[in-house]
Structure formats: structure tokens, C-alpha cells
Design a protein around this ligand. Structure first.
Ligand code: BES
Ligand code: MN
Ligand code: ZN
Length: 510
């Protein structure tokens, strides 16, 4: 029998500081071998038994190895075998999870394993889970494995259940056995801050459009004041007064109008990193209404860029990170109404460039034009990254698993590419060109570069508003709202971009 031992552990109980849904698993890290739990999880790379598995096999009088044989278990990635009431083992359920080649596992893959554990356990009411990580030999070390595993478990356990009459089952409590519990716990604490940022972005994106307009989004941003974030909200009058005619025009279609929301985490005195988010709380297309297909029904997620940059600021503030990050979020509902802007209108941006609105459905670049200008004008950032569900063209080119990356700065492209691989939010560079297609006969620019590649002509439009500031554009169209549960993302708002940006910001040289 396994002996019961007192746990010397560090408990991390996560509670949301703000949010709409309650969701938080509890993680304890301990260096003691086992504790009683109704469920025991072990990992196994390949067919050569780990120390954990050999011991359990012995205890069970070879029941474990027989079960693995009968199930053709080869220790491959995400292969799962389950034993109920195993002989000699103090658990009602033993779960053996294949790791594949454990030396090759990076953080993103360990997160996915955690998600597979969550997915498997979600069918059971069991809430008391013990995870053994002895003998795990990843590129990251066992400690990082434990922290990244907990991260993956929790990212997948999240659920937006506000509108479900049947709420999610009870939260689960995990004890993860690891040689250095304090380090694992500290590592997980940093990841849990990022989770809170992801969860905020998911909440905001999943919320229905009538409940998440520019005003409600601004109110959600103001919640971050509790964490020491400076939050400023500009109303339509102020937006107009500052000359941000493009943002103002898109906002005119809804009664509340546009908002510019600024959330600043000033963790040091260096020039800030500016993150600019597209915040269209619903994109009907305007008078160029989205009349074909069902894409309009997903357009509550057209503020996912704004949600991602706000989530990133939250992640930095929770950690009290030594970084200076300002999120500028250009919020508007792109609606049809008698006050809405019309195809053919010419709007004036704060940059001083006039824009002919060929298509009211190309509204993202309009609000971002003024958002980028504002970030430069008021914050003189060292670097500026905008995040936007900008074009259907990006979805056709790259699908939802890659973010479109546009920048003239090769070093910045490399950094973002590396961060994307590290957290498994991959980016792919596309060309920044075809600015000649934006010429208009009656204004400085037009807002649609018909005949050119859509994601690129949108990006090159944005570039006109970046001045001399180092800049990259991330087109996350298609990646913001998931139709079904996959890996670390449950169906609904994905929070895509928070983990990428957080990783990139935290790896900046100081
Ligand atoms: N919000 C859409 C882009 C989008 C499409 C996001 C699919 C997520 C999934 C954007 O405002 C838009 O409508 N873009 C148009 C621009 C065109 C009219 C020049 C597009 O890409 O079709
Ligand atoms: Mn649109
Ligand atoms: Zn849009």
C-alpha cells in the first residue's frame, strides 16, 4: 500500500480578481511521493517503464503492465489507459498518460498534455487528483513540467458558463508531486498570472454583443485599477476633439458611440511598449452588411484584439512585472442605423490623412488608424504592436492556427516568431506591400485595396499610421473564437494573443 505522508506543499488557490464565471482548479506542489487521492495520474514516455510506473506495477502485482499490454499502450503522446480499483494501489482510478519522446517536449506541448488530462477527467465527478512526475525528463526539467502541466490543465478547465443553467461540475484539486515544490510553485504562480489575463480576454470575447459594447468593455478595463493599472476612457466628444475622425465615424452607428480605452501598467520608467487592439464589439459590416454566410454570427469576437491586449496588461499587473506596457483599445460597434457612416464617406484621421470609405466592413483599419496615432502621440513607445481580427483574407491564407505577422523589422519578427513557438501561438510572416492599391481619387487613402491580397493591403493601410515607430501587426482573424474544444482552448473566446504577447514582453532585454 502507498503510505500516507504529511504534505509539505505550497498551495496556490486561484481566485479571479474580476470576471464573469467562477473557474479555478487548485494546485498543490509537493515533494512527498504520494498521498491518497481518488485519482492517480502518471506519465509514461515510450515503452521503457519510468520509476513511477515500475513501482506501481510491482504494487499492483503486474496488473498495470498487463493492462497496458491489453490496451496496446506504447507511451505515445496523449495515449491514455485507465485502471479502475487497481490492486495494491491506494486510488480508485489510475490514469496512465503517454508522453511520446519526453526529451522533445516544449512548454506548449506540456500544456497540451495538461489539457488532455483535463479533458479525460471532465467525464468524472472525481475532484481529488494526485499527479506523479517522477522520472520525467523533458527539455524543460521536471519542475517546469509540473508548472506547465498545471497551466495546461487550468487553461482547458476554464468555461464561460454565464448562460448555462447547468454550471460546470465542482472544481478539482490537484496535488502534483515534484522534487522542488517551491520552485514549481513559483513558476506556476507566474503562469497563473498569464492565465488570469487569458481568462479575462476569453470572458470579454465570449460575452454576447448586447452585453459587451464599448461602454461595458471600458467598465471591464476599469476593474484593472484594483491592480494598479491606470485606466483612461475617452468619450466620443473627446475622440472627435482630438481629431480621431475615423474611430468616431465607425462608432456613429451605435447610440453609445466609440470609446478609446487606455490601460497602462507602468512597472518601470523606460519608454513603454504600446499594444493597440481592435475593439469592434460587433461587426455587422455596417451598410456593407455581412449578408452572405454565417460569419456575422461570430462577429461578437471582433473585439478579440482589444481583449488580448487588455488581458496582457492584466497578466503583467498581477505579476507586478518590471515592464512598462500600455494597451490602447479602439472600441466601437459597427452597426447599421440612420446615424451610421456610409460607403463613399470620407473620414479624417488624427494623423491628418483623409480616407475614402469604400467599404464600411473594412472598419477595423479605420479604428486602428486612430488608435496607432494615439499610442504614438501620447506615449512615444519604443515599439508598438497591434492585434486585430482584421481580415477574412488572413483566415483564407493561414487558417486559425497561425497568426498573420506583418512588420518591416526583422528582429521584431524573429522575436515574435520565437515567442509564438514557445507558447504554441504560432505566427507566420506575410508581406507588407501593395500600398499603391490604396490610392483614392478623392482622398489620401481608401480603406479597401481591392484587387490586392486583403490581409496585406489592410496591414499596409495600418502602416501609414505608424510614423517612425518600430511596429508589428498581428492579424488574429479566425483564431479568436473556437467552435469546439481543442487542446488548451475550450469552445468560445480563446484569449489568443495573451500568451504570445506576455511571453514576448517578459523576454525583452532590459
Ligand atoms: N472583422 C472582419 C474580419 C474577419 C473575418 C474577422 C472573418 C474574423 C473572421 C473585418 O472587419 C472585415 O470585415 N474585413 C473585410 C475587409 C474587406 C471588406 C476589405 C474582409 O476581410 O472581408
Ligand atoms: Mn468588418
Ligand atoms: Zn471587423
Amino acid at each position: 500500500m502507498l503510505t500516507k505522508k504529511t504534505l509539505i506543499n505550497t498551495a496556490i488557490s486561484l481566485s479571479l480578481i474580476t470576471g464573469f464565471s467562477a473557474y479555478a482548479e487548485t494546485f498543490n506542489f509537493t515533494n512527498k511521493t504520494e498521498k491518497d487521492a481518488d485519482t492517480l495520474v502518471v506519465f509514461q514516455a515510450g515503452e521503457q517503464f519510468s520509476d513511477d510506473l515500475s513501482r506501481l506495477d510491482k504494487l499492483s502485482n503486474q496488473q498495470v503492465s498487463k493492462a497496458l499490454l491489453l490496451n496496446d499502450f506504447k507511451g505515445e503522446t496523449n495515449q491514455i489507459v485507465e485502471l479502475l480499483m487497481p490492486n495494491g494501489i491506494d486510488a480508485q482510478r489510475l490514469i496512465i498518460v503517454g508522453l511520446g519522446d519526453d526529451k522533445e517536449l516544449n512548454a506548449g506541448q506540456v500544456n497540451k498534455l495538461g489539457a488532455a488530462v483535463t479533458e479525460h477527467l471532465s467525464q468524472y465527478s472525481s475532484t481529488d487528483i494526485n499527479i506523479l512526475t517522477d522520472g520525467i525528463n523533458t527539455a524543460n526539467s521536471q519542475i517546469n513540467f509540473a508548472a506547465e502541466l498545471a497551466h495546461g490543465i487550468n487553461l482547458r478547465a476554464y468555461q464561460f458558463d454565464r448562460y448555462l443553467s447547468k454550471k460546470k461540475p465542482a472544481e478539482k484539486s490537484y496535488t502534483i508531486q515534484v522534487t522542488e515544490p517551491d520552485t514549481a510553485s513559483a513558476n506556476y504562480k507566474a503562469l497563473s498570472a498569464i492565465e488570469q489575463g487569458v481568462f479575462l480576454a476569453r470572458d470579454l470575447t465570449s460575452e454576447v454583443p448586447t452585453e459587451m459594447g464599448p461602454v461595458q468593455f471600458a467598465a471591464a478595463a476599469k476593474e484593472l485599477k484594483k491592480l494598479g493599472v491606470k485606466v483612461t476612457v475617452l468619450e466620443p466628444k473627446q475622440i472627435k476633439k482630438l481629431g480621431m475622425g475615423a474611430l468616431h465615424a465607425v462608432g456613429r452607428g451605435s447610440a453609445e458611440g466609440a470609446r478609446l480605452v487606455i490601460a497602462h501598467w507602468q512597472g518601470n520608467d523606460e519608454a513603454p511598449i504600446a499594444l493597440v487592439g481592435k475593439g469592434i464589439t460587433f461587426d455587422s459590416g455596417g451598410y456593407n452588411i455581412k449578408a452572405t454566410g454565417d460569419s456575422i454570427s461570430r462577429m461578437k469576437s471582433d473585439m478579440a484584439g482589444a481583449a488580448a491586449v487588455l488581458g496582457t496588461v492584466k497578466a503583467m499587473a498581477i505579476q507586478k512585472a518590471d515592464v512598462n506596457v500600455v494597451a490602447v483599445m479602439a472600441m466601437a460597434a459597427n452597426m447599421v442605423s440612420e446615424t451610421a457612416f456610409a460607403p463613399g464617406d470620407v473620414v479624417m484621421t488624427a494623423e491628418g490623412l483623409s480616407v475614402e470609405v469604400l467599404n464600411t466592413d473594412a472598419e477595423g483599419r479605420l479604428v486602428l488608424a486612430d488608435g496607432l496615432w494615439y499610442a504614438r502621440e501620447f506615449y512615444q513607445p519604443q515599439v508598438m504592436i497591434d492585434v486585430a481580427t482584421l481580415t477574412g483574407s488572413k483566415v483564407r491564407a493561414l487558417g486559425k492556427r497561425y497568426t498573420g505577422l506583418f512588420s518591416d523589422d526583422d528582429a521584431l519578427v524573429n522575436e515574435l516568431t520565437i515567442s509564438g513557438l514557445a507558447v504554441d501561438e504560432k505566427v507566420w510572416r506575410l508581406p507588407l506591400a501593395y500600398d499603391d492599391l490604396l490610392k483614392s481619387p478623392i482622398a489620401d487613402l481608401k480603406n479597401a485595396g481591392y484587387g490586392g491580397p486583403g490581409a496585406t493591403t489592410a496591414a499596409v493601410f495600418l502602416q501609414q499610421f505608424t510614423g517612425d515607430t518600430k511596429w508589428a501587426h498581428l492579424d488574429i482573424a479566425g483564431s479568436a473564437l473556437a467552435a469546439k474544444d481543442v487542446g488548451i482552448t475550450p469552445a468560445g473566446g480563446t484569449g489568443h494573443g495573451v500568451r504570445l504577447l506576455s511571453h514576448w514582453i517578459m523576454s525583452q532585454d532590459k
